[in-house]
Design a protein around this ligand. Structure first.
Ligand SMILES: Cc1cc2nc3c(=O)[nH]c(=O)nc-3n(C[C@H](O)[C@H](O)[C@H](O)COP(=O)(O)OP(=O)(O)OC[C@H]3O[C@@H](n4cnc5c(N)ncnc54)[C@H](O)[C@@H]3O)c2cc1C
Length: 378
């Protein structure tokens, strides 16, 4: 096991890692991918993917056109006081659960002979003598390139003491996410963003007539309600009349929600110890922009386009790293800044109420903001 050498070792098998493994394996590179969970599994996510990623996902081999997925082209935003604004979405998106899409990508990767180590958590990645050693319970694996696609927050962020972990907690730190799949009569073409005190909840259709309900709020909000999700939903989310109606009508499709904690939207570095960070590990856009999955997928393409020439000895390591950082920043920098700025308007109840009442007579502004946080097809 110790002497196994790969071209690329990918740590984290979400959208970014799986998509990168598929592109690399198709080009003939020898790839190993580690994922700490066993596929398929549920993940906290709004499960609305911008249509900018449709062609790319199909090019990887997922037959989206044959999957009868809901296409979403209307956005409704409501304030905690129930005031609402609705607009068409210029590009729009589609709904698919992470359970389904991650599994489809995993199957493709396996079919392309990617060595997938599922259920294996990586403990360390060490760079020495121009090679990486990836440490996990299956031993030490060596590779020429290492990619960190381990998501929002991982044991490796803590081990490497990345600044967003160590930093004093700020306004964009320490959120929690909660997700349910529900059965409810929901228009397939509509995504709603319902705001409540210290958070917001996205609702949109996914495959097989199911609906995804996913919200983000501060850890403090949960703490104030004794750490109880039902108490918090009763007291805070249901204060928005739209959410009250939905939460009271919804039939939950699994016993408990999927949850995550300690989400941070602070800036992150794109390269750590020569490891290329892709997806949320490199920078996370606030979920209200509904664009994180497209950034993870598109980011994997940008990473691949820098890694492939390095592995073919056409670029030095330094040039590969510089190319990735430059292209990533040009592609996503503005989106992340707008995302952080918009997130601030959706914190305080009075501010969100005011923001929505200002937008109501000028709904085209909603469209303009959405445009700033999304990209083009790639
Ligand atoms: C509440 C909420 C709602 C959202 N809604 C939307 C939405 O509607 N639309 C949208 O586009 N985006 C949305 N996002 C963002 C989106 O979920 C992320 O941007 C996307 O999942 C990023 O993909 P990724 O591959 O970078 O990370 P992930 O999908 O998180 O994958 C990382 C993987 O790494 C694994 N891992 C971690 N550490 C290790 C380790 N040491 N060893 C091995 N494996 C490891 C994890 O198990 C995980 O599977 C939302 C996010 C949140 C928090």
């Amino acid at each position: 096991m110790y002497n196994m050498r790969y071209d690329i070792a990918i740590v984290g098998g979400g959208l970014a890692g799986l998509a990168l493994s598929i592109q690399s394996a198709k080009a003939g590179f020898k790839v190993v991918l580690f994922e700490k969970e066993q596929y398929p599994f549920h993940k906290v996510c709004g499960e609305y993917i911008s249509l900018e990623s449709w062609d790319f996902i199909e090019s990887l081999g997922v037959p989206l056109s044959k999957m009868q997925l809901p296409i979403v082209n209307r956005l409704m935003v409501t304030a905690p006081n129930g005031n609402s604004v609705e607009q068409p979405l210029d590009l729009g998106g589609f709904g698919i659960s992470r359970y389904t899409i991650d599994k489809a990508l995993y199957d493709l990767a396996k079919g392309l002979r990617v060595r997938v180590e599922a259920g294996v958590k990586v403990d360390d990645i060490v760079f020495e003598a121009d090679m990486f050693s990836v440490h996990s319970s299956v031993g030490i694996i060596q590779s020429r390139v290492a990619v960190g696609s381990f998501g929002k927050r991982s044991n490796l962020d803590v081990k490497w003491k990345r600044p967003f972990i160590l930093g004093k907690q700020k306004q964009l730190d320490n959120f929690i996410g909660v997700k349910y799949h529900i059965d409810i009569d929901w228009p397939k073409d509509l995504i709603a963003l319902h705001n409540f005190k210290d958070g917001y909840c996205g609702i949109s259709a996914i495959e097989e007539g199911k609906t995804c309900l996913c919200y983000l709020t501060t850890a403090q909000n949960l703490k104030t309600h004794g750490g109880s999700i039902p108490f918090m939903e009763e007291a805070v989310l249901k204060a928005n009349p739209h959410l009250k109606k939905i939460l009271e009508k919804a039939i939950h499709l699994y016993e408990a929600p999927v949850t995550i904690a300690q989400i941070s939207f602070e800036r992150k570095s794109l390269i750590e110890h020569h490891v290329l960070m892709v997806g949320d590990a490199g920078g996370m856009i606030t979920p209200l922009c509904g664009n994180g999955m497209s950034m993870a997928l598109h980011g994997s393409k940008l990473a691949y386009e820098a890694i492939a020439p390095f592995l073919r000895n056409e670029l030095s390591r330094e040039a590969m790293e510089q190319r990735y950082e430059r292209v990533w920043t040009n592609t996503f920098g503005k989106r992340l800044t707008v995302g952080r700025w918009v997130q601030r308007f959706f914190g305080k109840t009075w501010m969100t109420n005011l923001f929505i009442s200002i937008l109501k007579p000028f709904p085209f502004l909603v469209r303009a903001i959405v445009k700033q946080t999304h990209g083009e097809r790639y």
